[in-house]
Design a protein around this ligand. Structure first.
Ligand SMILES: [Zn+2]
Length: 266
């Protein structure tokens, strides 16, 4: 277990890179939408955010979540530590509870003004592909880490289970943002359980009514239960991004970093 804790950050990084490269290969072989080749401006933004987040909050999520799990077991706090739940239940609970936490935080980011200012950075891309898996303002993963840590402490989720949940979420992050789509019958089967790229494209639509649906991170159950599930009418919406920011010059890396604070600036 100590080995897992020591190497968690490295394993998460490798899982992230392998998942990203696998989805890039899928997008190259079977692209859903064809984009013109020049997208240096957005790749600079998306990979710039990866570099910044790698140095700070993106990797704070697994580390903070793992630390809170360790702290909960050391202090013997949390529901699962109190009831001595079987291990399979701890794993299932971690995957389901942390995914629900992601859904709640994601929905709050669309509903609460200051949180939306942060999450807008992720939605501002005019295209939809796997590089969106990197496009988060550094404040967003920091907020997610705090929410995860609270849930891990309250439930007393063990480190291995938290780790499994983190790897699943990382792998799904690139799949969900793929500019590619599984065969129709496979996709329809998958969307019963999972957020597929087709479902997540609806969420990235520039049309506000569509973007207020499909908040799920990995599982599609929460949206079905909450009535926010929206089946895609087409493989892709007519426009991605924000309807009030369509000029790529306003989507540079620096512009994205100051986007949440723009209203506070003179
Ligand atoms: Zn969103």
């Amino acid at each position: 277990m100590e080995g897992l804790a020591r190497h968690e950050s490295l394993i998460q990084t490798l899982a992230l890179l392998l998942a990203y490269l696998a989805v890039v290969l899928w997008e190259r072989l079977r692209p859903l939408l064809s984009y013109d080749a020049d997208d240096r401006w957005r790749m600079t933004s998306n990979f710039g955010l990866l570099v910044i987040n790698h140095a700070a909050p993106l990797f704070v999520v697994p580390v903070v979540t793992a630390f809170s799990s360790w702290a909960a077991s050391m202090m013997n706090v949390g529901w699962l530590n109190a009831v001595h739940a079987p291990r399979w239940m701890m794993f299932a609970m971690a995957v389901v509870a942390l995914d629900l936490t992601g859904w709640v935080v994601h929905r709050a980011m669309h509903k609460v003004g200051p949180l939306w200012q942060v999450h807008r950075v992720h939605h501002s891309d005019l295209r939809f592909d796997s590089s969106l898996g990197f496009r988060f303002h550094p404040v967003e993963p920091a907020l997610m880490a705090a929410a995860n840590a609270a849930v891990v402490m309250v439930l007393g989720l063990p480190l291995e289970a938290v780790f499994l949940s983190g790897v699943i979420t990382t792998l799904h992050n690139f799949f969900g943002h793929a500019n590619a789509s599984p065969a129709d019958n496979v996709e329809r089967g998958l969307r019963t359980w999972l957020i597929t790229p087709d479902l997540h494209r609806v969420h990235h639509s520039a049309h506000i009514a569509d973007s207020m649906s499909n908040f799920g991170i990995v599982f599609s159950w929460w949206d079905r239960l909450a009535g926010t599930y929206r089946a895609p009418a087409a493989k892709a919406p007519s426009d991605f991004g924000l309807d009030d920011v369509r000029d790529p010059r306003r989507l540079s890396l620096v512009s994205l970093l100051i986007m949440p604070f723009r209203r506070l600036l003179p």
